[in-house]
Write a protein that binds this ligand. Sequence first.
Ligand SMILES: *Cc1c(COP(=O)(O)O)cnc(C)c1O
Length: 221
Amino acid sequence: MELKKNIDDIMEDIKKYSPNPSKVQLIAATKYVDYSIIKELIDIEFFNFGENRVQALRDKKEKIDDERVKWHFIGHLQKNKIKYIIDYIDLIHSVDSLSLVKEIDKRAKAINKKQEILLEVNISGEESKGGFSPQEIIENIEELKKNENLMIKGLMTMAPLTDNKGEVKLVFKELRELKDKLNEEYFKGQLTELSMGMTNDYQIALEEGASLIRIGSKIFH
Ligand SMILES: *Cc1c(COP(=O)(O)O)cnc(C)c1O
């Protein structure tokens, strides 16, 4: 594994494709690797990691207790597992329902934390996919905004599985436009983050204004 080279290549792409490269962060999606590989990344001063399963995150966090690391949660989060990650998770990208929003707020309140989250949006409307529809966010906007122990930092989406680049680009563009609209009408610019783009589509996501790209295969394979 050429970890350093793979990271450097992605960093080059950030400069090449993003209209605002200094605002972009690369999150390494670590589901494919164990803690020893994460340690190799830390050794080259890379600190942003995203996990999609609570148990795997707990195991890795236990082995890697390093203050410099930022832990991101990027998978479907079950309500009964929030308690295992709430005290150290930096950003939860995948908040996909109003009931999960409320439960995270409650858990954050209990430990006196202001938890940063993103709302996951199902832009393409695929049945198999979780997340809010744009309409649902707008319909529930007051319920979403009133949680005192949450800070909604932006939106996250997954592109549809397709080779059609135009379709993927449209999904990312629609997420950006939704963020801009929500900022203008309800959030006064509080939404600064767009988490979109994985190994196969991150260049397109960067072009459309991604600020957090979540990449696994391209780093670890
Ligand atoms: C695995 C995963 C990624 C990274 O996927 P790759 O295609 O391997 O880059 C990004 N986001 C989520 C939510 C994931 O589960």
